[in-house]
Write a protein that binds this ligand. Structure first.
Ligand SMILES: *[C@@H]1O[C@H](CO)[C@@H](O)[C@H](O)[C@H]1NC(C)=O
Ligand SMILES: *[C@@H]1O[C@H](CO)[C@@H](O)[C@H](O)[C@H]1NC(C)=O
Ligand SMILES: *[C@@H]1O[C@H](CO)[C@@H](O)[C@H](O)[C@H]1NC(C)=O
Ligand SMILES: *[C@@H]1O[C@H](CO)[C@@H](O)[C@H](O)[C@H]1NC(C)=O
Ligand SMILES: *[C@@H]1O[C@H](CO)[C@@H](O)[C@H](O)[C@H]1NC(C)=O
Ligand SMILES: *[C@@H]1O[C@H](CO)[C@@H](O)[C@H](O)[C@H]1NC(C)=O
Ligand SMILES: *[C@@H]1O[C@H](CO)[C@@H](O)[C@H](O)[C@H]1NC(C)=O
Ligand SMILES: *[C@@H]1O[C@H](CO)[C@@H](O)[C@H](O)[C@H]1NC(C)=O
Ligand SMILES: [Cu+2]
Length: 388
């Protein structure tokens, strides 16, 4: 099933270099998942499964100090493609969220995974995306969760009696590796913030009654996303922040909380899609896993992670294309600014040292590297795709 391509590394590298320099004359097309035909959906799922079954990449190195990343050493990982892919996101967590790397890293990350699927498993390219604004009005019952085809369907919600493990579709029983092996799970969570606040009194202090009762879908409905795309021309920092400016206020009001990372991340449109889908898209620990710290680290466990992030990349692209001052806009720092709230208010996504378009995207040596400038336009050659 998973025929590995015969390309040698050198040939691949040569092609790759040519591609970088080439004009983007024949872009692949990224389409909304539901507009793909059955074969198109099955081809993507098949390539994802092949990648998941592929061997561990021995070149992968964790680069973040483990006292910061708080993840197990790489040597304790079992060999598997999705373990590796999840692992670099776990390792780089603090560098790629709430920093200037957020949008560039995730665009590069999806592209690199897509390239691996194309080079190794004959995927024809054109990574699909999940336009969840379609689902926002009635997320639980939406068409997204209705396709139980065993080769082309993403399946439905998990079974509450089985720790929300997904029972149908092509990913039923799909084995995930982080934080320990378990079948893939999704749990509809309409108001995720109440449970999040209840998890600790320290976290609870950030939430007033409005926030506790916020419906996750209220942050990613179509009107709101259209407003985000139309807003803040040329200002990438506020574009990135715009889904959740109000949480910045909360952070400033409660300066004592020692780790604001999770609070901030949970509240935006991006985070809300993770949270409303629950379990493996939300970093909720499996029932059987002891010593597990929940969080966003292993979100890429779930194949939906990538469909979600192509959508985030499309929103960025739509924003870039709406106003000529936005096309090449870049601003952002390399470190999160959570510990000191004065600092946080000054640099909500971007504390110094500052990044620029020549800055290298962090790769953990897992995939070929690129700069922020390489990914800021997806039709210049390094990237070569359009959205439909
Ligand atoms: C990792 O961080 C710890 C704690 O701050 C420090 O003691 C150690 O020297 C660091 N290790 C490296 C390789 O920088
Ligand atoms: C999502 O779908 C809606 C409805 O078709 C559409 O209006 C909107 O532009 C789409 N959003 C993006 C970012 O493509
Ligand atoms: C969010 O979901 C609830 C429950 O399905 C629904 O009643 C509400 O209208 C939705 N909100 C938006 C903004 O679509
Ligand atoms: C809760 O805080 C948000 C953000 O600061 C604010 O918009 C909202 O009005 C507050 N709600 C209440 C009940 O205080
Ligand atoms: C683009 O944004 C600038 C502000 O940065 C604004 O002055 C200009 O009118 C916008 N152009 C269009 C076509 O919306
Ligand atoms: C991307 O690059 C292409 C080709 O150079 C150019 O036509 C297009 O306007 C650019 N788009 C953005 C969003 O910068
Ligand atoms: C917080 O950051 C601000 C701005 O960088 C700085 O002026 C202030 O001294 C810092 N406060 C503490 C307690 O570190
Ligand atoms: C761009 O950022 C990198 C670090 O990411 C730094 O080494 C380099 O000096 C910066 N270049 C400019 C022109 O500021
Ligand atoms: Cu991420």
């Amino acid at each position: 099933m998973c025929s590995v391509s015969t390309f040698s590394y050198l040939l691949f590298y040569a092609l790759f270099t040519v591609l970088i320099n080439a004009q983007c004359t024949n872009p692949t097309v990224r389409r909304e998942w539901r507009t793909l035909d059955r074969d198109g959906r099955a081809a993507w799922i098949s390539a994802v499964k092949c990648l998941a079954a592929s061997p561990h990449n021995p070149d992968l190195v964790a680069t973040v100090n483990s006292s910061i990343s708080q993840i197990p050493a790489l040597t304790r990982r079992l060999p598997s493609g999705t373990v590796d892919i999840s692992y670099i996101h776990m390792d780089l967590n603090v560098r790629i969220h709430q920093t200037g790397m957020f949008l560039p890293f995730h665009r590069w990350f999806v592209h690199s995974v897509e390239q691996a699927m194309v080079e190794k498993y004959g995927f024809s390219g054109g990574f699909p995306y999940w336009n969840w604004t379609i689902d926002a009005p009635d997320f639980y019952k939406s068409s997204w969760w209705q396709d139980s085809d065993t080769e082309s369907g993403l399946g439905g919600w998990g079974d509450p009696d089985k720790d929300y493990e997904v029972q149908d579709g092509a990913f039923a029983g799909f084995a995930l590796a982080n934080p320990s092996y378990h079948p893939m799970r999704y749990q509809y969570t309409a108001q995720p913030f109440a449970a999040f606040a209840a998890s600790s009194p320290t976290i609870a202090q950030f939430f007033n009654s409005t926030m506790l009762e916020t419906y996750a879908n209220s942050t990613f409905h179509a009107d709101q996303i259209a407003a985000i795309i139309a807003g803040n021309p040329s200002d990438l920092v506020n574009f990135q922040l715009s889904p959740d400016n109000w949480i910045v206020n909360a952070v400033i009001r409660y300066p004592s909380y020692p780790d604001l990372r999770e609070i901030f991340f949970f509240q935006c449109a991006h985070g809300s899609v993770h949270a409303i889908t629950g379990r493996d898209l939300a970093g909720t620990c499996p029932a059987t896993t002891e010593d597990c710290i929940p969080g966003n680290k292993w979100w890429p466990n779930s194949p939906l992670f990538f469909l979600h992030h192509v959508m985030i990349g499309k929103i960025w692209s739509d924003w870039q294309n709406l106003n000529e001052t936005s096309t090449t806009a870049f601003a952002g720092g390399s470190v999160q600014a959570f510990d000191n709230t004065t600092y946080f208010a000054e640099y909500p996504t971007r504390a110094p040292p500052m990044l620029n378009t020549s800055s290298d995207i962090y790769t953990d040596n897992m995939f070929p590297g690129a700069t922020i400038g390489d990914v800021s336009n997806h039709t210049t050659g390094y990237l070569c795709y359009v959205y439909e």
